[in-house]
Ligand binder design. Structure first.
Ligand code: SIN
Length: 303
């Protein structure tokens, strides 16, 4: 079979049609899906209706799964599914309301961050005219790496960034919109920040440039507001480089903006892409997503 892949937006975002992910996928079809995922970094399937168990079964075709680091938000009956939602039931958030309204790569807080994530839309918020809200934007860090000005490339190539848990939580609190009724963080956001502060290691290091373990292509590895310093530079120089890098990366030609429909399955590669959830909705507009997290594969011989 040759997959029906619709090109959505450069250089990411390829919609794969004609596949029902709730059913067992033949090996040859799965190989094409996996090749598209490796190649494009972001793939989309529309109109899916997956139970938590079906989503886990399809996710496991890519290899063993990782569990989301904040265990409180993993589904009790199926803990490989992390619930992203602003819905409150019986006074308790059913999931993490804000799983990443900043440019980031998933679970950089762990020494071996995951291969990627799969997000399935169960409920999507709308404005009063029916326009979907709560988009997820993705950004191709391979394309951003390839387009780096030489001077900036030489400054980051072979360098290590030290991420700070404290800096990250402060950044997130400062950049999370307040509940307009109280002027404070919403209850769900407040609980989420406390969970992060309790669970995140004070420091963790990652290379500034990563080689994709399956394709061998290089990407900038970066999450906004979380890097304390680049090793080997003064604090001022490190800040200057991070600002220049941020400006370079945030160019529209590297981005794909996913506008959600119920039933969508969006997958992003965590080594070659970063992403950001757009928090342009608020309760009682309901957003409910199920995320599975693909574990990091062993490097291929060619990588
Ligand atoms: C995430 O970063 O895993 C969640 C993205 C989203 O909520 O759109």
């Amino acid at each position: 079979m040759t997959l029906d892949i619709k090109f959505v937006d450069a250089p990411l975002g390829h919609e794969i049609r004609g596949v029902d992910l709730s059913k067992p996928i033949p090996d040859d079809v799965f190989a094409e899906i996996e090749a598209a995922y490796d190649r494009y970094g972001v793939i989309v399937f529309r109109g899916q209706k997956l139970s938590a168990e079906q989503q886990v079964a399809f996710s496991k075709r890519f290899g063993p799964l990782d569990r989301y680091v904040l265990e409180k938000y993993n589904m009790k009956s199926c803990p490989e599914v992390f619930i992203v939602s602003n819905i409150i039931e019986n006074g308790e958030p059913i999931g993490l309301g804000d799983a990443g309204r900043y440019w980031h790569t998933d679970m950089w807080v762990t020494p071996r961050p995951p291969r990627g994530s799969m997000l399935h839309a169960i409920e999507v918020p709308h404005d009063k005219d029916g326009k979907p809200l709560g988009d997820t934007w993705t950004l191709n860090m391979q394309a951003a790496y390839d387009a780096l000005p030489e001077e900036l490339r030489l400054k980051i190539e072979g360098r290590t960034a030290v991420y700070s848990g404290r800096k990250y939580v402060e950044f997130r609190i400062a950049n999370t919109p307040r509940d307009p009724r109280t002027g404070e963080l919403s209850e769900a956001d407040r609980v989420g920040m406390e969970e992060r502060a309790r669970n995140i290691a004070p420091e963790i290091s990652h290379p500034m440039v990563k080689v994709h373990p399956r394709t061998g292509r290089k990407s900038i590895y970066y999450s906004e507001g979380s890097i304390d310093r680049i090793e080997g530079y003064s604090h001022e120089e490190s800040e200057r480089i991070l600002e220049a890098l941020h400006r370079h990366v945030m160019q529209p030609q590297f981005m794909y903006r996913h506008v959600w429909q119920v039933g969508d399955v969006l997958m992003w590669d965590n080594c070659s892409c970063i992403h950001k959830a757009i928090g342009d909705f608020e309760w009682p507009q309901r957003r409910h997503m199920h995320r599975t997290t693909l574990g990091n594969p062993p490097a291929r011989a060619s990588a």
